[in-house]
Ligand binder design. Structure first.
Ligand code: SF4
Length: 328
């Protein structure tokens, strides 16, 4: 991608494949051969339906896959170091300080029996080694203030916060050690529309104020249009399309991206009917032999059912995997 030629590359994910391996069962190929780069100050949207591998890919970047998850191929370079070569001890040193994560579902991710302030302080204690109570309190209050929570609410428990405040607290926790990259995994799911907009506005503001790079994991193309610079559309564990956000919205080339966009309302065309994508995403342990989107694709032809399409570059900053895009 050339949209970041002038910017420093922070994260360079190369040909990563991830399986889930359960005893006596065929491995589930959750992610296959996915590559992308994240530049300084960039917001990348990782988009797709549930089960397309986006959360698995996000967790792999921090080496936080569940026990059955295995990175079987690829490299994950952060500032030039392949994180897959680091020991778990070395990972503990860099996790949260370099890349942190806003986990899905704030209510589940927060400990219900500890105050919000305590939980943020714990992240600072663990990763930065700060133990002085007065310093910790000051740091927690500054973080809460940064995300729009009155500092005196640090003594409250998660159930005493609204859904939007809990999500803000999760963002404060992710910022606790001043990371360069924040991964936000569906940060607006389960919030009402007004609060969703506020959380997105907050993320976007913090990204600019702090010069953060953000990976936004979402199924919502509307969210991506609001805040992202670049978009990686995943389907069935593979890259469907990867391009700057304006290219994805104005010149989508992969039929999945096109169908996804038709399924989202366009406020400039209020009378248009929304189109749904028929069927369901493939099961990862029983993937179709050819193109993974073939059973649902409105442009599929015979070859699609037997041969996997290669990811091809249509421009230096635009790649997609579809047989229709082959040069004649
Ligand atoms: Fe559709 Fe075939 Fe392209 Fe797959 S390769 S997206 S099935 S046209």
């Amino acid at each position: 991608m050339n949209n970041g030629l002038m910017k420093k590359t922070l994260l360079d994910v190369r040909n990563v494949s991830i399986d889930y391996v359960n005893r006596n069962e065929a491995p589930a190929h959750a992610v296959e051969d996915v590559s992308f780069v994240l530049h300084e100050g960039e917001m990348l949207g990782l988009v797709g339906e549930s089960g397309c591998g986006k959360t698995t890919l996000a967790l792999s970047l921090l080496r936080l896959l569940p026990a059955a998850g295995r990175i079987t191929e690829g490299e994950i370079f952060f500032k030039g170091t392949d994180w897959l070569d680091l020991t778990e001890k070395q990972m503990e040193e860099v996790r949260w300080k370099e890349i942190s994560m806003i986990f899905q579902g704030a209510m589940n991710a927060l400990n219900p029996v500890r105050t919000i302030g305590d939980q943020i302080a714990e992240a600072i204690r663990q990763h930065l080694g700060e133990t002085r109570k007065s310093t910790l309190n000051a740091m927690v209050e500054e973080l809460l203030d940064r995300v729009g929570i009155p500092p005196n609410r640090r003594e409250s428990y998660p159930h005493q916060y609204s859904g939007g405040m809990r999500q803000r607290a999760m963002i404060a926790m992710a910022l606790a050690c001043s990371p360069d990259v924040v991964i936000a995994d569906e940060p607006t799911t389960a919030l009402d529309v007004m609060i969703q907009a506020q959380i997105l506005e907050l993320l976007s503001r913090l990204q600019k104020q702090l010069g953060l790079s953000v990976i936004l994991v979402t199924h919502d193309l509307g969210v991506v249009a609001e805040v992202c610079d670049t978009v990686l559309v995943m389907y069935g564990g593979v890259t469907a399309e990867y391009a700057p956000v304006d290219v994805i919205y104005n010149f989508p080339r992969h039929p999945y991206t096109q169908q996804l966009l038709s399924a989202f309302p366009d406020l400039s065309k209020p009378t248009e009917r929304l189109v749904s994508i028929p069927g369901y995403p493939p099961r990862l342990e029983a993937l179709p032999p050819g193109c993974r989107f073939a059973p649902r694709c409105n442009k599929a032809f015979d070859r699609c059912h037997v041969e996997k399409p290669e990811l091809r570059f249509l421009a230096s900053d635009h790649a997609a995997s579809c047989h229709l895009l082959e040069e004649k």
